[in-house]
Design a protein around this ligand. Structure first.
Ligand code: XMP
Length: 185
């Protein structure tokens, strides 16, 4: 599996340091919130980031899950985000923090935000591990960002290609011959 990686984009050590710093930013942001924060995580790519982040958050918090699908099989182009499921507690008047792995076109985040707004939370903020700096839409502000990266398809630290590579402890790009371009149907 390690032979499949062409280049490391963000190293394990960089991730560790940045997640710790993000946790401090988030903890101080919600320090005065009596009810604490409800973290809504977008599965499956955010699992690793979520697990690292919440263990560094010394604040009252709950976790809720939503599943969004946008990439199927060996496809690197989004087919449009679809909300598959949402297991949500009562979010009325709650401070909500969406946690996602990567902000690409923003379709996923827009979909989830719209769904959560319907629950009348007090606030909705967003934390993403990665943001594709040239693609992320300007009208979709994200309060907490791990790293801004180039527009290339990355894997590792929860992100997959065809279901694989989520367990890489760093973020990298695969050798070009491993990516097959599949036309969108
Ligand atoms: P959008 O375009 O909706 O994309 O902002 C967000 C979701 O798409 C997936 N995604 C990626 N997955 N490497 C991946 O493994 C990538 O480079 C990549 N770009 C987008 C991801 O699930 C994310 O939540």
């Amino acid at each position: 599996m390690l032979d499949d990686v062409a280049r490391v984009v963000v190293s394990e050590r960089q991730i560790e340091a940045r997640v710790a710093a993000m946790a401090e930013e988030i903890a101080s942001f919600y320090a005065d919130s009596k009810e604490g924060v409800t973290i809504v995580t977008i599965l499956t790519g955010s699992l690793v980031f979520l697990a690292d982040l919440i263990r560094r958050l010394p604040i009252r918090m709950r976790v809720a899950l939503v599943t969004v699908s946008s990439y199927a099989g060996k496809t690197m182009q989004s087919r449009g985000a679809v909300l598959e499921s949402a297991i949500l507690p009562d979010l009325c008047n709650r401070d909500v923090l969406i946690v996602d792995d990567i902000l690409d076109t923003g379709g996923t985040l827009r979909l989830v935000r719209d769904r959560l707004r319907a629950e009348s939370p007090r606030s909705i903020r967003t934390a993403v591990m990665l943001r594709k700096r040239d693609k992320a839409p300007a009208d979709l502000p994200v309060e907490f960002v791990g790293f801004d990266i180039e527009d290339e398809f990355v894997v590792g630290y929860g992100l997959d290609y065809d279901g694989l590579y989520r367990n890489l402890p760093y973020i990298g790009v695969l050798k070009p011959e491993l990516y097959t371009t599949e036309s969108i149907t």
